[in-house]
Design a protein around this ligand. Structure first.
Ligand code: IVH
Length: 669
């Protein structure tokens, strides 16, 4: 047991701990470059907390333990801003931007003008005051004149320093935002609790900053980019200097600000960020163009609403309104019935959208979506567009309530919906819709890899009743294929050859091809290397299955359920009769353990191979490829245009391999 330290010893240790913690917080939250493992950081924090508990008289508001206040707030006081927080004028294309520049040139004749471009973060404007170098107050933009005092909530933002090296009064302004990864986490938890989801990160950030309990705010994961600083008795010469000063004081600024001399350069920056905006971990709705020189800014002045020296050039909207022309049910490979809205085509961030998923029956009811409704749709990241909300004020009375069918729209079998599930399913294994998707999955590259068996051909095989179940593929003959449209002799022979070749595929491919729910190609590999033969897998001992590393209970149950269905056992029997290989081809001579168990994430594009090929190479050496980065990831393979994963890897300290290093690694074997 450590003896209780004296007050003086405690003072010294507390000072040292705070210094270390602040250093590591900065490295982690600002520089994306952590210097210690999480547990080491946590133990420093724990030691500080314990010390402060013993010596409460030594607690100061700037101590890193004081970010989260104990007491919930009662409300927010309204505070007047020192100078109004202005808004920005908007423009949408280079022509409009040119007009902005013409006005500037008129007011600053024959002067050289330098611009700075910044990202326009879609969050909430905030003003933060430091007195004597200490975080004192944070106020929302509000109506620009007055805002709400949200000091306790803003204090929980970990990238924001609680103390800065500047004794004069300082006001910084910037944008609070919710990173996408935090937004998704929050919505995931809300959906599990059946709570309404936030429509976008901005709403979620706005909702979070107005919560009365700072403890809950702290858990939301808000962050902030600062873009301006006013220091008493000190003036920066340019916006660039502003950003430099902010950084020097320990604030987080967006790293993508650029200096530009011409509109051409600005437009290039605009195009570049517009293209890559889905790779950022925060929502960006355009760029802000600012005259860099502060003297010039002063000459240009401002209107009652906007500065005349800045403008925002907006990106094409990701949200749009359109009409639902029809609601149609689609049947997936697992028999899941998904309602899809057919929309009046509308452009959204450069892409014409004519369909949006409605997920399931509950979703339609919850949002009260009707055929004929005008809806707000949104696309974020690569995600399929979704319907954010119904504009009920636009209803004419002609809209039709959608009744979810009780029978499969394709084969008319009664649909099945367990009480605890949201999804309705068609459970007829010979439903043509399921058959179509199952066949495509069976033949796909990562499954049996039957080249040439694509959508059009599968449709024909099913329509002509040449294939009513998967094993029928193996009895196809040349004369059957000759009947089909657009199938020449050569293609038919190639296809038959491909089908024949597939009989010798490895066991893991067959397992994956069966389309067992939750069994992806990675799980299929684990199963194949454990069981080595299909026979044992078809009669799994639950205990054995549960004990396999990386096979969770949901997957185990699904496997057991699959092999309990007599039609699935029959299917395997027929495939066996057709001559398919059902044993693992893993041979002891193959050196496939070099990367055993190592977790990889791929990002960006490689020049020497496709992602699919890279995945195969890694897996052949025993590695595992996953889609999301975590602390467990061993390597991030970064091709060109790697996006936000690269930043995240740096933050997590994950080893990053550029293409040449990756090639070296897989060659090393
Ligand atoms: S400058 C006087 N820079 O956009 C200058 N604003 O639509 C006014 N915003 O109220 C703000 N990113 O909340 C500026 N890089 C950026 C910004 C930014 C986001 C917000 C800010 C402002 C709103 C105007």
């Amino acid at each position: 047991m450590n003896p209780t330290p004296s007050l003086q010893q405690a003072k010294t240790r507390i000072k040292q701990l705070r210094k270390e913690i602040i250093y590591h917080e900065k490295k982690y939250y600002l520089d994306n470059n952590p210097q210690v493992a999480d547990f080491e950081f946590d133990s420093l924090m724990l030691e500080l907390r314990k010390m402060e508990e013993k010596f409460p008289e030594l607690i100061t508001p700037e101590s890193p333990t004081q970010r989260v206040g104990e007491q919930p707030l009662e409300g927010f006081a309204s505070i007047k801003h020192s100078t109004p927080m202005l808004s920005l004028d908007n423009c949408y294309n280079s022509k409009e931007l040119k007009k902005f520049e013409e006005k500037i040139k008129k007011n600053l004749p024959s002067q050289k003008i330098e611009y700075i471009t910044e990202l326009k973060i879609d969050g909430l404007g905030i003003s933060i005051i430091y007195r004597d170098g200490k975080f004192t107050r944070a106020v929302t933009r509000g109506d620009g004149i007055r805002g709400d005092d949200v000091t306790a909530n803003v204090k929980t933002i970990k990238s924001l320093p609680l103390a800065i090296p500047e004794n004069n009064d300082v006001e910084v302004r910037g944008e609070i935002y919710l990173p996408f990864h935090s937004f998704q986490k929050i919505n995931h938890t809300r959906s599990e609790k059946n709570e309404p989801l936030f429509a976008n990160p901005r709403n979620a950030a706005a909702g979070s900053i107005r919560l009365l309990d700072p403890k809950i705010v702290a858990a939301r994961g808000l962050d902030v980019f600062l873009y301006s600083v006013y220091i008493e008795e000190q003036e920066q010469e340019s916006q660039w200097d502003n950003l430099k000063k902010l950084k020097a004081l320990g604030f987080k600024t967006n790293p993508l600000s650029r200096l530009s001399l011409s509109l051409e350069e600005i437009m290039k920056v605009y195009e570049e960020w517009q293209k890559s905006r889905d790779n950022f971990d925060y929502d960006v709705d355009g760029i802000v163009i600012k005259v860099n020189n502060v003297e010039q800014q002063k000459i240009l002045g401002q209107t009652s609403k906007f500065p005349r020296w800045a403008i925002s050039l907006k990106f094409a909207a990701r949200q749009a309104t359109t009409k639902i022309n029809d609601i149609v049910i689609q049947v997936g490979r697992t028999g899941a019935l998904t309602p899809v809205a057919y929309l009046e085509p509308v452009k959204l961030s450069g892409i014409t959208i004519s369909r949006a998923t409605l997920h399931n029956e509950e979703e339609i009811k919850r949002k009260d979506i009707r055929k004929g409704d005008t809806v707000l749709i949104e696309r974020s990241g690569d995600v399929i567009p979704k319907i954010v909300s119904v504009m009920k004020e636009k209803r004419t009375g002609q809209e039709k309530i959608f009744t979810f069918p009780s029978y499969c729209p394709v084969c008319q079998t009664k649909i099945f919906k367990p009480k605890e599930e949201k999804v309705s399913r068609c459970i007829n294994p010979s439903c043509p819709a399921i058959m179509r998707k199952s066949l495509l999955h069976f033949a796909s590259r990562r499954a049996m890899n039957i080249e040439g068996l694509g959508d059009a051909l599968v449709d024909q095989l099913i329509n002509e009743k040449l294939v009513t179940e998967i094993p029928d593929l193996y009895s196809l003959r040349l004369k059957d294929l000759d009947k089909l449209e657009r199938m020449g002799r050569k293609s038919s022979l190639n296809l038959l050859d491909e089908i024949k070749k597939s009989k010798n595929q490895d066991l893991f491919r067959v397992i994956f091809a069966l389309g067992i729910r939750y069994v992806g190609d990675r799980t299929a590999k684990i199963l194949a290397s454990h069981y080595k033969n299909i026979k044992k897998l078809t009669e799994p001992e639950p205990e054995e299955l549960f004990a396999i590393k990386d096979i969770g209970p949901k997957v185990s149950e699904s496997i057991i359920f699959f092999f309990k269905q007599p039609e699935n056992i029959k299917l395997i029997q027929k495939l066996k009769t057709a001559g398919l290989n059902f044993s693992s081809l893993e041979s002891s001579t193959r050196e496939d353990t070099y990367l055993n168990g190592k977790l990889f994430v791929l990002t960006g594009s490689l020049s020497s191979m496709t992602r699919e090929q890279a995945k195969e190479k890694i897996e052949n050496l025993g590695g595992i490829v996953t889609s999301s980065l975590s602390r467990k990831t061993n390597y991030l393979v970064a091709g060109s245009a790697p996006g936000s994963k690269l930043q995240k890897a740096q933050k997590l300290g994950t080893a990053t391999l550029i293409e040449s290093k990756f090639l070296d690694l897989i060659k090393e074997k």
